[in-house]
Design a protein around this ligand. Structure first.
Ligand SMILES: CC(C)(COP(=O)(O)OP(=O)(O)OC[C@H]1O[C@@H](n2cnc3c(N)ncnc32)[C@H](O)[C@@H]1OP(=O)(O)O)[C@@H](O)C(=O)NCCC(=O)NCCS
Length: 174
């Protein structure tokens, strides 16, 4: 995975400052659980996850930057060479930070940082019913590419996902 330069900062449409920063070793994630991450089954052998990165999403508060969620990313291969490697990103915000435009800015900032680090294709996928994430990705500059049928299993069964991607120059926050 290419190292990306953090921190990066942006602003929501309501002028709320948003920052992505590297996680400190051992730091706890904010509680950003939602109906979309009720996995039920954890049966991958330890160490078999793809190599991944994580960043904290923060907003400016009266006492400085406050963590409101986190982003993660991992490589996806479309061929046996580095130029065919894309990066898939994911996000979860605390319930009180949703609906404020932070998700669009954070994902746009991460896509732009990955592009600067040399990644061409930044992907994100989300449940076909997760309209908030689909709108956030579109506002971040991602393009809808198609449906990944039956791609994800959660506690309540198998689900279709929508695949989005953002190529260099397309991210709306940078
Ligand atoms: C999905 C998520 C990252 C989106 O970030 P966000 O900052 O809340 O999104 P925004 O405030 O930018 O809203 C995006 C759009 O979705 C709309 N929206 C928000 N909540 C919605 C809901 N429950 N139903 C339908 N639309 C919704 C907003 O009105 C906005 O639409 P607009 O662009 O037309 O104004 C955030 O809500 C979240 O963390 N949710 C829980 C975890 C999750 O779903 N992660 C993604 C899993 S793949």
């Amino acid at each position: 995975m290419p190292p990306i330069d953090l921190p990066v900062e942006g602003t929501t449409a309501r002028d709320e400052p948003v920052r992505l920063r590297a996680l400190v070793d051992g730091e706890e994630r904010p509680d950003a659980s939602s109906p979309w991450d009720d996995w039920g089954i954890f049966d991958l052998p330890p160490g078999s996850d793809p190599e991944h990165g994580r960043a904290m999403v923060e907003v400016a508060g009266p006492t400085g930057w406050q963590p409101v969620g986190d982003l993660s990313w991992h490589g996806v291969l479309y061929g046996p060479n580095l130029a065919s490697r894309g990066v898939s990103i994911g996000i979860a915000l605390r319930a009180d930070a949703r609906g404020r435009g932070i998700g669009a800015v954070a994902q746009g900032l991460l896509a732009a940082a990955l592009h600067r680090a040399g990644v061409h294709r930044v992907e994100a996928s989300t449940d076909v019913a997760n309209t908030a994430e689909q709108r956030a990705l579109e506002r971040a500059g991602f393009h809808r590419e198609g449906v990944l049928r039956g791609a994800q299993v959660r506690a309540d069964g198998r689900h279709d996902l929508v695949l989005y991607a953002c190529l260099p120059g397309e991210a709306t926050a940078r």
